[in-house]
Ligand binder design. Structure first.
Ligand code: NAD
Ligand code: TYD
Length: 373
């Protein structure tokens, strides 16, 4: 079967990747979507059950660091685009095991870039019609000041903001955690491949995502699951850190718009204009879970447990995504209250998914579904 485009999406079995894969498979039947994922602890093919038998979808279990294998796959599938999400993504893990982050995030990205370069440069048309789109994080910019701890109103958003400054596309990189340092390094390699070889690259830096299918080591799904099980909710430090939260499907929509219409060599910041102190978002999650479980209001507040702060914990992240809105017309579609209710409801309605993840059963899905295909 011949397709209009053949796009590798790396990390498609992870949290954000599965939303991007599903969006592209549904919206573009004329594209072949190749999900290349190594199925680490964070990869779960059950996230893709809805589309796994579609004619325009292929799953390949491969490590992005396996340069020789990637080099063979590109001509085999005549790949003309990458949307690169595969990464080690959890800050706490990076503090314990930075090597894995350097390997996957830096060497893995370099391996894809070099394989793409060799393949695309070997074609008569070269880089024409090709695109290497790298998904990154706002954490590369470091941390912003919390100049207004009580929060203030803003012309941009219905919610409060906690400082005068925002991360813009021009903000200097200043990563603090091994995770953000590895992502910063990978971003530099992507830009270097444009500047040196004229590879058509794009980089986007996005704020914290929330929504269905997030691995329950991250704040929101971990806390939803703990509340349901009446387990303690470990709040790092004083819970004063601020994050800018974006619903995952809005991120996937931004990726679609930018992959198709973004300028080559550009950087776009993607954010929710939706700043929350951790302790406040935790209270919203508690309230929503209690409401949906039929508990009296305030029932689970006693689970809040202040614990030792994360090492090097960045104080505040806040993205200015006005450039993306002006240039490509993208903005978040969901108000936070709506997004968090949808999210909590999804986790409560999909208890089997959560149980499979927490028990480790999800890792058997590949063996059962794909082994003999
Ligand atoms: P995730 O941890 O949920 O998923 C990562 C996926 O990558 C998994 O499916 C995993 O199996 C795969 N993977 C890991 N190492 C691999 C390797 N060596 N080879 C092939 N596949 C491998 O991550 P996520 O939260 O979906 O994040 C996706 C991307 O978006 C990452 O690059 C992350 O830095 C970036 N990002 C995430 C957020 C967020 O809030 N989650 C925000 C901004 C940017
Ligand atoms: P997380 O979901 O790990 O995302 P990131 O570190 O990439 O922002 O954490 C979000 C915020 O919540 C961050 O400030 C750390 C804090 N946090 C807790 O207080 N307790 C927890 O158990 C976790 C996982 C996070």
């Amino acid at each position: 079967m011949s397709f209009k485009r053949n796009i590798i999406i790396t990390g498609g079995a992870g949290f954000i990747g599965c939303h991007v894969v599903k969006l592209f498979v549904d919206k573009y039947p004329e594209y072949h979507i190749i999900n290349l994922d190594n199925l680490t602890y964070a990869g779960n093919l059950a996230n893709l059950r809805d589309i796994e038998n579609r004619a325009n979808y292929t799953f390949i279990k491969a490590d992005i660091c396996d340069f020789d294998r990637i080099c063979k796959l590109l001509p085999e599938y005549r790949v003309d685009g990458f949307i690169h999400l595969a990464a080690e993504s959890h800050v706490d893990r990076s503090i314990k095991d930075p090597f894995t982050f350097a390997r996957t995030n830096v060497m893995g990205t370099l391996s894809l870039l070099q394989a793409a370069k060799l393949y695309w440069e070997s074609l008569p048309e070269g880089y024409e019609g090709k695109r290497f789109y790298h998904i990154s994080t706002d954490e590369v910019y470091g941390a912003l000041e919390l100049t207004c701890p009580e929060g203030m109103s803003s012309e941009f958003t219905a919610h409060k903001i906690y400082g005068d400054d925002f991360f813009k596309e021009t903000t200097k990189y200043n990563p603090h955690s091994p995770y953000s340092a590895s992502k910063a390094s990978s971003d530099h390699f992507v830009r270097a491949f444009h500047d040196t070889y004229k590879m058509p690259t794009i980089v986007t830096n996005c704020s914290n995502n929330y929504g269905p299918y997030q691995f329950p080591e991250k704040l929101i799904p971990l806390f939803i699951n703990n509340i349901r099980q009446r387990k303690p909710l470990p709040v790092y430090g004083k819970g004063e850190n601020v994050r800018d939260w974006l619903y995952v499907e809005d991120h996937a929509r931004a990726i679609d718009v930018i992959f198709h219409n973004g300028k080559i060599a550009a950087t776009y910041n993607i954010g929710g204009f939706n700043e929350w102190k951790n302790i406040d978002i935790i209270k919203v999650v508690i309230k929503t879970v209690d409401k949906l479980l039929g508990n009296p209001e305030g029932h689970s507040l006693d689970l809040i447990t202040y614990v030792t702060d994360r090492k090097g914990h960045d104080l505040r992240y806040a993205i200015d995504s006005t450039n993306l809105k002006k240039e490509l017309g993208w903005e978040p579609s969901l108000q936070f209250e709506e997004g968090i209710e949808k999210t909590v409801k999804w986790y409560l309605d999909n208890q089997e998914w959560m149980d499979n993840v927490t028990s480790g059963d999800y890792q058997r899905y590949y063996e059962e579904t794909y082994r003999n295909k």
